[in-house]
Design a protein around this ligand. Structure first.
Ligand code: C2E
Ligand code: CA
Ligand code: CA
Ligand code: CA
Length: 273
């Protein structure tokens, strides 16, 4: 028993070592990623299900590391958030989005970007956005900021203040991953928001799970009653899209319509349709 006990510890140690080594490599690699041209953006359409028109594109970051290959944002954004690198990554992103916003097909739609919770502790992202607007590079009325529900709950006063400031510039605000962060209705009423994005986990099983259907229906009714628009994330099937459209969901984002694509791929898609 002693032997196997020791064996198990050794096994855990190796796993933890490997994990730590990877985190260190991600941290180091990420510092050089922008300079090495390893960062890029993809854009995923948010579609009006009644007309089929794209109203918004969500900008999503990609990192293709020379050393580690393609690292998923779930992994590298978490590391960037723990350090202050998320601030630099977002600064880079805002510059790219400003430039891309004048290109086909983005120039006909709004663009949404993701902000991490800890960014509310400094307002450098706001300065970057303001600079881009003043340069004429960015049209604030075509920009939407996505913030997760948990970010708001964590630091309500700070988030509320900063969101109010950017709203005054004409920028819209969306609550991301709605339904997963335990925010209360009172928050929704007090925050300056325009969109609720229903988390993918509620959309995935709407054809199987009556509870999920009820949640989605209720969120849509409540959001509309509060004057908010609703975006559903992660719709992959025709059935899901049909249900969401019947419930009056304003915008739908998901593989059913398109995966996140590079600008070049978006243009190619348009030419083929
Ligand atoms: P998110 O903001 O909730 O973004 C939506 C994620 O769902 C994206 O994953 C997208 O590719 C994926 N998705 C969209 N439709 C479908 C679908 O129909 N089925 C499935 N299975 N997935 C779908 P992605 O690009 O891997 O990003 C993961 C997360 O990383 C994002 O979740 C966001 O939290 C974070 N992230 C990505 N880019 C940025 C960024 O520039 N800044 C910050 N702060 N976070 C980012
Ligand atoms: Ca998002
Ligand atoms: Ca989301
Ligand atoms: Ca999500």
């Amino acid at each position: 028993a002693k032997e196997s006990g020791r064996g198990r510890y050794a096994f855990f140690d190796t796993r933890i070592d490997e994990r730590n080594r990877r985190l260190v490599r991600i941290k180091q690699g990420l510092r050089q990623a922008e300079a090495n041209g390893e960062l890029s953006l993809v854009y995923q359409p948010e579609v009006d299900p009644n007309t089929g028109e794209v109203r918004m594109y969500e900008a999503l970051m990609r990192w293709n590391s020379a050393e580690l290959g393609s690292v998923s944002p779930a992994e590298f954004i978490a590391v960037a958030e723990e350090t202050d690198m998320i601030v630099d990554l977002t600064r880079w992103l805002i510059g790219e989005v400003a430039r891309d916003s004048h290109q086909e097909p983005l120039k006909h739609s709004k663009i949404s970007i993701n902000l991490s919770p800890r960014q509310f502790r400094s307002d450098s992202w706001q300065d970057r956005v303001r600079d881009a607007i003043q340069d004429g590079a960015l049209d604030p009325t075509r920009l939407c900021i996505e913030v997760t529900e948990s970010a708001l709950v964590e630091d309500f006063a700070l988030a509320n203040e900063q969101l109010r400031e950017i709203k005054q510039l004409g920028i819209e605000v969306a609550i991301d991953d709605f339904g997963t962060g335990y925010s209360s209705l009172a928050y929704l009423k007090r925050l300056p928001i325009d969109y609720l994005k229903i988390d993918r986990s509620f959309v995935a099983d709407i054809h199987l799970d009556p509870d999920d259907r009820t949640i989605v229906e209720t969120v849509i009714v409540m959001a509309h009653a509060l004057g908010l628009k609703v975006v559903a994330e992660g719709a992959e099937t025709e059935q899901q899209v049909a249900f969401l459209r019947e419930q009056g969901c304003d915008l739908i984002q998901g593989y059913f319509y398109a995966r996140p694509l590079t600008l070049a791929a978006l243009v190619e898609n348009m030419e083929n349709s």
